[in-house]
Design a protein around this ligand. Sequence first.
Ligand SMILES: [Zn+2]
Length: 299
Amino acid sequence: MKKTLFYGGFAAAAALAVSGAVVAQQTQEITYTTADLGSGVYMLIGAGGNIGFSVGDDGIFVIDDQFDRNAEGVLTEIRKISDKPIFFVANTHWHGDHTGGNAKMADEGALIVAHDNVRKRMKTAQSIKGELMPTALPVITFSDSSTFHWNGQTIHAFHQPNAHTDGDTMIHFKEANIIHMGDTLFAGRYPYIDLKSGGTVDGYIANLESVAAMADAETKIIPGHGPLSTADDLTALAVVLKDAKALVKELVDKGMSEDDIVAADPLKAYNEKYAWGFITGERMTRTLVQDMAAKATDE
Ligand SMILES: [Zn+2]
């Protein structure tokens, strides 16, 4: 039941982002869960992408802010932990289930920080929808990395190229040994790799491996969706994705069409464990095929 809740909001936002379809307003009540990860860092699960936040003498530093429609609820939950001002909101990437609360956070006085491409993609999405919301856009952007010295932590925000999108940022609380990975990790599930936003399968796998390499057995990893994870979870998912890619490639190399590959169901051994409402076995297969086709065109 909880699993459906964590991922359900994501699917709605992604559908909106991808197709522009009108998604019915969810009226069900949102259950929030806040976990204390130590060193003043918390993980907040509600609707949409998982939030991380740091509290302390300097004020509040927030990572991602779910949807516009539950921004008030998110604030209420954060306020249960600290009533200090919110100074910064870092966006892990541009999707609406991670940036939807930006305008509300900016109203509260927060400066929104993200990779250059997050601002670009949010601006484009706003103009396509005809809803200009300048206060929702990041006001501080970076191309590679940025470091915050805040609440006694060294918070290293660094870009990883072309994984879930082309604007992904990992946020590493060095002393606390906590990393928020945004949607470069869907815990224990097939990931959504947004090819239309610059995501790639190889970039996704490379990022899982590089974050696993910088983590140790104690590192707490906040995924974009799903429960708190470990370096071993990253390695396990990378192994699945590499094998899934190889299984699909075998059929692509035989010259089979995308639909024929889907019909052959090359990921059947993994689907029961890893497929879910938004990324079914079929969708994962199509993503792998389309990613390979895009790479072939590039070469
Ligand atoms: Zn996303």
